[in-house]
Write a new protein. Structure first.
Ligand code: DGL
Length: 202
């Protein structure tokens, strides 16, 4: 099975890593659109335009499935067009997190604006837009990160869980743990289950 994976940059590699660990026998093609990142500070029309071009590239490469390893694009999935199956990384959380009464979600500004998460969660949600995180992660300079996270995570204290709603954020999970000590949920865990359930692994 040939699987195309896309993101604005290195974030989707967190998803690719999980898939390589759990479903290693597929062929994967990764596309990081570093020319246009960060997606989270652009409009829906802009990021959908970039993604539809990448999707055409994957179609020419004859992939079987396209994984949208980007929370921002997944939030706007209904605008993506392909003759191949598209799997986003937000919808797989449906009915999986109902045990939490209050969940904080950190994500890019466009993801927070679209708030696709509310379609799949029954818990009370605390949404936090984090425009500074992707540039810090892509720039690989973490000197300001603790201060930035302290501010962003200030309002999470009464939440039972924190969703890392952008695929870049698992890269800084160890930093996030300093400020949020309860359950931290990464979206890649759920997409691995979807690929397995589709019985296309191995
Ligand atoms: N990693 C992406 C996401 O999950 C995109 C981040 C960005 O480019 O702003 O939202």
């Amino acid at each position: 099975m040939k699987i195309g994976i896309l993101d604005s940059g290195i974030g989707g590699l967190t998803v690719l890593k999980s898939l390589l660990n759990k479903c290693p026998n597929h062929e994967y093609i990764y596309f990081g659109d570093t020319l246009h990142l960060p997606y989270g500070e652009k409009t829906c029309e802009e990021v959908v335009g970039y993604a539809n071009e990448i999707i055409k590239f994957f179609e020419n490469e004859k992939v079987d499935v396209i994984v949208i390893a980007c929370g921002t694009l997944s939030s706007n999935k209904e605008h993506l067009k392909s003759n191949k199956e598209i799997i986003d990384i937000i919808s797989p959380i449906k009915n999986k997190l109902d045990k939490y009464s209050k969940i904080s979600i950190i994500a890019t500004p466009l993801s927070i604006k679209t708030n696709a998460f509310k379609k799949y969660l029954t818990s009370e949600l605390n949404l936090i837009a984090c425009p500074k995180l992707v540039p810090i992660i892509e720039g690989n300079d973490y000197s300001s990160l603790d201060n930035v996270l302290k501010d962003y995570l200030e309002s999470t204290k009464d939440s039972d869980a924190l969703i890392l709603g952008c695929t870049h954020y698992p890269i800084i999970k160890e930093y996030i743990k300093k400020f949020f000590t309860k359950d931290i949920i990464c979206l890649d865990d759920f997409i691995v289950d979807i690929i397995k359930d589709k019985n296309i692994s191995n």
